[in-house]
Write a protein that binds this ligand. Structure first.
Ligand code: DX5
Ligand code: ZN
Length: 227
């Protein structure tokens, strides 16, 4: 089963607790939390205090995506705030291996993220250190951007490199019912969706999440139908 992970970056920030609860109850598997520092990426979102404040809204996996540099000084704070998985960008500093070691040492799932311009080969030395590889299909920093289809080649390469290992492949950026299928077919086991999950307000959330899930299942034949 593909894991659907709505990004609360696209939620109503004035009502983040209610939004997190609503998307969880609408069928989200994980909650994706995008942390931006205005330095590694050209936007600022929220930090560990907000993650901590949201923790009581749901018991779903909190999938924290750090778009910050440096990341290491903040890993413990995000773990204490309630993150279950913590993903750091390969491009965010010279010591990605140390970051992953630290995350594992905190007892959390360790993830490495790749920007669209970074080759899959960047993860080769990290395979024993990661639980999750996140492939960006937009340039990080903003929700609502168009899917970069060429990044699916990176997903396929990551799939081949991680074959036989318990490593999830997450695809993040521009995921809609149209792009979910190709992403899942290329090897994504986790689909992150911001705009497409939260569009239309709370009464649409269940339909939005289901549409992404159905597209992924249809493309992979997981529901018995192969496209
Ligand atoms: C982008 C973030 C994504 C983003 C996805 O920097 O990492 O998680 O929120 O949003 P959509 O689905 O709108 O592209
Ligand atoms: Zn993200």
């Amino acid at each position: 089963m593909t894991i659907i992970a709505p990004s609360i970056l696209a939620a109503d920030f004035a009502r983040l607790g209610e939004e997190t609860r609503a998307i969880a109850e609408a069928g989200a598997d994980w909650i994706h939390l995008d942390v931006m520092d205005g330095h590694f990426v050209p936007n600022i979102s929220f930090g560990p205090a907000v993650v901590k404040a949201l923790r009581s809204s749901t018991d779903k996996v909190f999938d924290v995506h750090l778009m910050i540099a440096p990341a290491d000084p903040y890993l413990a704070a995000f773990a204490e705030a309630g993150a279950d998985a913590i993903t750091v960008h390969a491009e965010a500093g010279p010591h990605i291996h140390r970051s992953l070691q630290t995350i594992r040492g905190l007892g959390k799932r360790a993830g490495v993220a790749l920007n669209p311009g970074t080759p899959a080969s960047a993860i080769a030395p990290l395979l024993d250190m990661v639980d999750l590889v996140l492939v960006m299909t937009v340039n990080p920093g903003f929700g609502g951007q168009s899917f970069i289809g060429s990044a699916l080649e990176t997903v396929s390469r990551v799939k081949a490199m991680t074959a036989g290992r318990a490593i999830d492949i997450s695809v993040d950026g521009g995921i809609t019912p149209e792009t979910a299928g190709p992403a899942a077919q290329a090897g994504a086991t986790i689909l992150v969706a911001g705009s497409a999950a939260f569009r239309g307000g709370p009464e649409q959330y269940e339909r939005n999440v289901a549409a992404i899930r159905e597209a992924a299942d249809a493309a992979t034949g997981r529901d018995g139908v192969r496209c």
